[in-house]
Write a protein that binds this ligand. Structure first.
Ligand code: NAD
Length: 459
């Protein structure tokens, strides 16, 4: 529930306070922006063990998993942003066409104002602080709403952030969907949402009332295509690793595999070997009983063959399971899995794999294992997805100049690097003309000479 103080919601008062900070103008200076990023960097390095403990409490994750998944990507983003901030924030010169001479044109990145970031629970530091890095770099004030399903991390963020960044410009509001709903009733200048497509639709509808721009970082079923010319052992090892990270609870985790029939037996044999090893090395548990039961349910009624998947509801530990040849119409192949269950479907050839992918909503990520550049180009040309990663998985997330985001059902907009900076900036068009030259042929009525000239230079 939203707390109420003196008849005003805390949420409303927080947004008003952050708007006053923005309007006072101090978030515009690059020095202030750098101070915030350096504060976030200090928070992540000085408090790494507190963060690891919170993630251990929320998800059972170990400290190295938290460093790799939640801390290192954000510190890397901060370092990259600090190095590039001056150039990203500078006016971008634009050429004027002949008919517009003389004059000067530029694009001026302008802070939007007060930004709302709503995060998901699976990487609860990454999915709140990484958008905050871009939003602060772009000169905005930020309200963060972490997920209630990672309560220890949410409480830690609420405690630590005001100590490391400007508390008049960054606020953490903790709580569940009801708190999110009351936040969305306020007017923001940008809403950045990470979560399910179901809630994404609710967020977009709420944004419509004030015409607030929104970025939606959603999920979906990210396929892996294994071609007959792939290095099968490396493919199996990398897929098994990527499916095990955070117990498969990752938005760009491989959701299912399409493997060419000719190499199916050899690939499945390697996959079963590597997935067992990867599962043993991954301590993360399923986030809640509801999600445990959902995954448990997906493991029946699919008509395929299950290997692995040992699980215990009391501890919410769930070993990875491989399901070969499930029914494509079963819930397992219709819903986003978001857990350590990996369906493998054999297809006669690459064209059938492409048809399978294209017949479904555009995924957040598409993975391909092949040794042929021609196959890479073919699959790249015939499909669409938020990202396309060849011969590995997940690492596209860590390339700072690649946009991270979905397309169609997997999301709207993107962030990371300059893409994030631009997402939280209004790219303002500025044209500046001199007054010294003001020829009368530029004004109606246009004589024959002016008409000829204007037709030549304006069209
Ligand atoms: P979710 O949609 O249930 O919740 C996300 C956030 O929305 C939470 O903070 C929650 O409190 C809030 N929320 C819930 N109900 C709401 C409502 N009715 N109105 C307003 N806000 C509401 O998602 P989740 O379970 O936290 O995360 C899992 C989903 O997120 C998966 O679909 C996954 O693929 C996706 N995801 C995407 C990315 C990405 O970067 N694209 C990253 C992680 C997770």
């Amino acid at each position: 529930m939203t707390a109420v103080v003196n008849g005003h919601s805390v949420v409303g008062a927080t947004v008003t306070r952050l708007r006053a900070t923005f309007e006072a103008g101090r978030t515009r200076s690059l020095t202030w922006r750098r101070d915030q990023l350096e504060g976030l960097h200090r928070l992540l390095t000085e408090r790494e063990s507190d963060i690891a403990a919170a993630l251990e409490a929320d998800l059972g994750r170990n400290a190295m998993g938290t460093f790799m998944g939640d801390i290192a990507p954000v510190t890397a983003e901060i370092t990259h942003t600090l190095a590039e901030l001056t150039s990203w924030a500078a006016p971008r010169k634009v050429r004027l066409p002949a008919g517009q001479q003389p004059g000067k044109a530029r694009v001026v990145p302008t802070p939007k104002g007060v930004v709302l970031v709503i995060g998901a629970w699976n990487f609860p530091i990454l999915l709140t602080l990484q958008p905050a890095v871009s939003a602060l770099a772009a000169g905005n004030t930020v309200v963060l709403k972490p997920s209630e399903l990672a309560p220890a991390t949410a409480a830690l963020l609420a405690d630590l952030l005001p100590r490391y960044v400007d508390p008049a410009a960054v606020a953490v509001v903790t709580g569940d969907a009801a708190v999110s709903t009351s936040l969305l009733a306020e007017r923001f200048d940008h809403v950045f949402f990470t979560g399910s497509d179901r809630v994404g639709r609710i967020v977009l509808e709420a944004c419509a009332k004030d015409l607030t721009p929104a970025t939606l970082e959603l999920g979906g079923k990210s396929p892996v295509i294994v071609a007959r010319d792939a290095d099968l052992d490396v493919a199996a090892r990398r897929i098994a690793w990527a499916k095990s990270v955070n117990a498969g609870q990752a938005c760009i985790a491989p959701d299912y595999v399409l493997v060419e029939d000719a190499v199916r037996p050899a690939f499945v044999e390697r996959l079963l070997h590597h997935i067992e090893l990867a599962g043993q090395a991954e301590p993360t548990r399923i986030v809640s009983e509801a999600h445990f039961d959902r995954l448990d349910g997906l493991l029946s009624g699919h008509g395929g063959e299950v290997t692995g998947g040992a699980r215990e509801r009391a501890t919410r530990r769930f070993a990875p399971a491989v399901v070969t040849d499930p029914d494509p119409d079963s819930p397992l192949m219709q819903e986003e899995i978001f857990g350590p269950v990996l369906p493998v479907i054999a297809v006669p050839d690459l064209a059938s794999a492409v048809r399978f992918v294209v017949a479904r909503p555009h995924p957040l990520a598409l993975y391909l294992f092949t040794s042929s550049d021609a196959t890479v180009e073919r699959v790249q040309d015939l499909t669409n997805s938020g990202s396309f990663c060849v011969n590995h998985l997940l690492y596209q997330l860590l390339v700072p100049d690649l946009p991270f985001g979905g397309v169609g059902a997997s999301g709207i907009g993107s962030y990371h690097g300059q893409h994030g900076f631009d997402t939280f900036s209004h790219l303002r068009a500025v044209l500046q003309k001199p007054t010294a030259i003001d020829p009368s042929f530029a004004y109606p009525p246009y004589g024959p000479g002016a008409q000829k000239l204007l037709r030549r230079v304006m069209g």
